[in-house]
Design a protein around this ligand. Structure first.
Ligand code: NAP
Length: 302
């Protein structure tokens, strides 16, 4: 398992971690992943997976880099402190390595939420502070709201078929030492990547490299400077396979083939705003409307 440096922390941690949203695999797959060196676990107070993670890391807590998240409905100062204590109790530990704001919130000033996060660092309950689903503008605002600590990570969707962060966020993070934690590196529904790969290059490269398609897809993320990946596997087989996505690198010719042949999208500002603000049914209608506009108009909206 390769290690990568995490933001400006001075720490090196595994480049593949264990995602646990919608995780129902029990303790065994997590333990198998930890044994294979994926000593980075991602969870959130909203996932329901903190108790099983607590069980999986019992006895080896110090070896694991534990990342969890506070939900926007708990962004008031005292609620952040309480949410952290509740996560600590469910995880069966007395410190969180990386505490992340799960989403931006329009309701609570960032200074208040991040002030609470910084106070948690001060008392030793949190090691480092990160954000998740923050756009470039939101990330810069968060950086500006910090008094003593730095934002070390932004956890965002990134995979072969959704490359939205390449518009501006990825290069900014690379230049400013904010690590990207790529969620949904297998696109959540792995079949989607095959659907966007009409020429079958993923399978072709898997054959040529002796790796599996999932390993190739995850390694594509890892080839980007400063990017970690946290695939979710519910079985020992999937987790062990995903851990072996690290320890090697795709060659330039393979990266080029993937980039040139797999159809991907970069969500526009409007699409991101619709998805965030509207219920799913309405955002679908709004997006269908935008897709129906002439190409020139769409380009100006992007
Ligand atoms: P993902 O990791 O891209 O995909 C998970 C899906 O891929 C599951 O159906 C899984 O099946 C399958 N899979 C896993 N390994 C596989 C393999 N080797 N071969 C074939 N299929 C495989 O999607 P995700 O769960 O959305 O993202 C990963 C993690 O990112 C989450 O668990 C969570 O920790 C984090 N996340 C964060 C946010 C956020 O807002 N910050 C949002 C989404 C996700 P099985 O379950 O059957 O193994």
């Amino acid at each position: 398992m390769n290690l990568k440096s995490l933001g400006q922390t001075g720490l090196n941690i595994p480049e593949v971690g264990l995602g646990t949203w919608n995780y129902h695999g029990g303790v065994e797959p997590l333990r198998a992943g930890l044994e294979k060196g994926a000593l980075l676990i991602d969870t959130a107070e909203s996932y329901g997976s903190e108790p099983v993670i607590g069980e999986a890391i019992r006895g080896i807590r110090e070896q694991v880099f534990l990342a969890t998240k506070v939900s926007p409905e708990h962004f008031r100062y005292h609620e952040v402190l309480r949410a952290a204590d509740e996560s600590l109790s469910r995880l069966g530990t007395n410190y969180i390595d990386l505490y992340q704001l799960h989403y931006p919130s329009a309701k609570v000033p960032l200074e208040e939420t991040l002030g609470a996060m910084e106070d948690l660092v001060e008392v030793g309950k949190v090691g480092f502070i990160g954000v998740s689903n923050f756009s470039l503008a939101e990330l810069k605002e968060a950086q500006g709201a910090m008094r003593k600590q730095k934002i070390v990570t932004n956890q965002v969707r990134y995979n072969l078929v959704d490359r939205t962060i390449e518009r501006e966020l990825l290069s900014y993070c690379q230049a400013n030492h904010v690590s990207i934690i790529a969620y949904s590196p297998l696109s959540r529904d792995f079949q989607r990547i095959f659907d966007c790969d009409s020429k079958g290059v993923l399978l072709e490269i898997a054959k040529a490299t002796g790796k599996t398609p999932a390993q190739v897809a995850i390694n594509w993320c890892l080839c980007k400077e400063g990017v970690f990946a946290i695939p979710k596997g519910s079985s020992v087989g999937h987790v062990v396979e995903n851990c072996a996505a690290s320890g090697w690198r795709l060659e330039a010719q393979h990266l080029r083939l993937l980039d040139e042949n797999i159809k991907f999208r970069r969500r526009s500002r409007f699409e991101k705003a619709f998805r965030r603000m509207l219920p799913r049914s309405l955002s679908g209608l709004a997006l269908a409307f935008i897709r129906g506009l002439p190409r020139g108009v769409r380009r100006r909206l992007s």
